[in-house]
Design a binder for this molecule. Structure first.
Ligand code: AHR
Length: 492
């Protein structure tokens, strides 16, 4: 069924807004379950084709996403990770136990992480250990990675195979300090941060941007007040659940429509959360020097908890809509959000890729990231939606259509659309001020089932298909299917 009247979208391409930093499309790889070991790293001797231990199939697929940034090694794992355990000959490295359950062999340490970063052409976001580490240990790690001269740690790095310094784009001081990072309070963390940050020394031309690990609004209040001039950004984490509480968060598949709408409604809460944090930043940092980094976001379903601490879950069309709606929110706040990293890249939470031994499938979330590649480093343009549809179930109502537009680096104007309604298709009339749009071409991702997903038996069950539309009588009308994500380049 089609909505009775069209939704109108007006784009003003003559009034360019802020650039969407490509790092808004960042990824997160933590040593959890098979997120790294098995899912990405199999070791150089594996029968699974690999380059220096990293799976060729997984790295090849990630390259298609133009992954701009990878956060590593955690997460909660960061606050138990000792970097010296992960350098030097692999067979001499001690094994490690993560959260008492996951046996980590420390094969993936600093050098291996940077091999991955190089293969992907991405930037590195390294997260340091406050919880069980020391100021000295963190200071040494930053020196080990970035020093270029004859410092003993630079020499050790060279002996371990990398004479040239590594480039660390971002360095995080601890993770979730209100919880797994140490269960401490924000004012105490602010002091700790200053202490740690003082000793993070790097050459002038290779200085990482230092990130403070935040929490709720109280944390942003304290950190933005206390750490001015000492931090490039404050991180927050925001996960999307289907249910009303963490205990009733809902399953990844087989859900009913009430959990379709609640998941999307919960995703949209991100906008207000960002606004609340930005209001505090605007008050305490009117010069806008501190960014808001959403370095963990995405869906978290009950499946992930039920299995073990590995946080493996399936991923459906619903997750693609969660990703796309989140992108639209990040674009709207492009000025103040220079970076986000979804949790996580492979086999953990809202993953791009799932693996089972030598098999690999791409998830609907993977396809959402792929469709939105043109938005990396694109310049936002104002967009207004008139006569939007709304989608209601029970007591919940959310907007039917969500849209964002930007001028990409290839010079083209891109429009992305989401239709949240699982039943009703909609006609979207698009006009661009000052030009007559001739047509639109791109991709659409949709399916008959709300929980359509790819499996190892049926890896192509859901994937984007080409879409195009021609303008008639000077008007462009896009037929947007129900429960769909679409990205098109407009022909001006
Ligand atoms: O992403 C999984 C976990 O969720 C991270 O380790 C932690 O920071 C968060 O609680």
């Amino acid at each position: 069924a089609f909505a009775a009247s069209p939704v109108s979208i007006s784009i003003d391409a003559g009034k360019p807004g802020p650039v969407i930093n490509k790092n808004v499309y960042g990824q997160f790889a933590e040593n959890l379950g098979t997120g790294i070991y098995g899912g990405m790293w199999v070791g150089p001797k594996s029968s699974i084709p690999n380059t220096g231990g990293w799976r060729n199939d997984v790295v090849g697929a990630l390259k298609q996403l133009h992954v701009p940034l990878v956060r590593w090694p955690g997460g909660c794992f960061a606050d138990t990770y000792h970097w010296r355990d992960g350098v030097g000959p692999q067979d001499k490295r001690p094994s490690n136990v993560n959260g008492g359950k996951v046996d980590a062999i420390n094969a993936v340490g600093t050098h291996e992480f940077f091999d991955l970063i190089d293969m992907l052409g991405a930037d590195a976001y390294v997260n340091g250990n406050v919880g069980t580490g020391t100021v000295q240990e963190m200071s040494d790690w930053v020196e080990y990675m970035t020093a270029d001269g004859g410092s003993p740690l630079a020499r050790l790095r060279a002996r371990n195979g990398h004479a040239k310094p590594f480039k660390v784009a971002y360095f995080g001081i601890g993770n979730e300090m209100w919880g797994c990072g140490g269960n401490i309070r924000p004012d105490y963390y602010a002091n700790l941060y200053s202490n740690y940050e003082t000793f993070l020394r790097a050459p002038k031309d290779n200085k990482p941007k230092i990130i403070a690990s935040g929490g709720d609004i109280t944390w942003t209040e304290v950190l933005s007040r206390e750490l001015k001039g000492r931090t490039s950004g404050i991180s927050i984490h925001q996960y999307t659940i289907a249910g009303a509480t963490w205990e009733t968060k809902g399953a990844a598949l087989g859900f009913k429509e009430n959990e379709w709408i609640s998941t999307l409604a919960n995703t949209l809460k991100m906008d207000q959360i960002i606004k609340d944090h930005l209001a505090v930043l605007d008050k305490n940092d009117p010069e806008k020097k501190i960014g808001l980094m959403i370095d963990e976001w995405g869906t978290w379903y009950a499946d992930a908890d039920a299995s073990n601490s590995a946080l493996y879950q399936q991923n459906s069309l619903r997750d693609a809509l969660v990703a796309a709606l989140s992108f639209h929110i990040f674009h709207a706040h492009a000025k103040r959000i220079p970076m986000t990293t979804i949790a996580q890249m492979v086999n953990v939470l809202q993953a791009m890729i799932l693996t089972d031994k030598e098999k690999m499938v791409l998830t609907p979330t993977y396809y959402a990231f792929q469709m939105y590649v043109p938005f990396q480093d694109a310049r936002t343009v104002p967009l207004a939606i008139k006569d939007n549809t709304s989608y209601t179930l029970g007591a919940t109502t959310i907007p039917g259509v969500s849209a964002t537009a930007a001028r990409a680096k290839d010079g083209k104007l891109y429009l992305a659309l989401v239709n949240t309604d699982p039943h009703q298709a909609v006609d979207v009339a698009v006009d661009v001020a000052g030009t007559k749009v001739k047509g639109a071409a791109g991709k659409v991702l949709t399916s008959a089932a709300m929980d359509a997903h790819n499996t190892f038996q049926n890896p192509q069950a859901i994937k984007p298909v080409p879409f195009s539309a021609r303008a008639a009588g000077g008007k462009l009308s896009i037929k947007m299917p129900a429960k769909a994500v679409m990205v098109v380049a407009l022909e001006e």
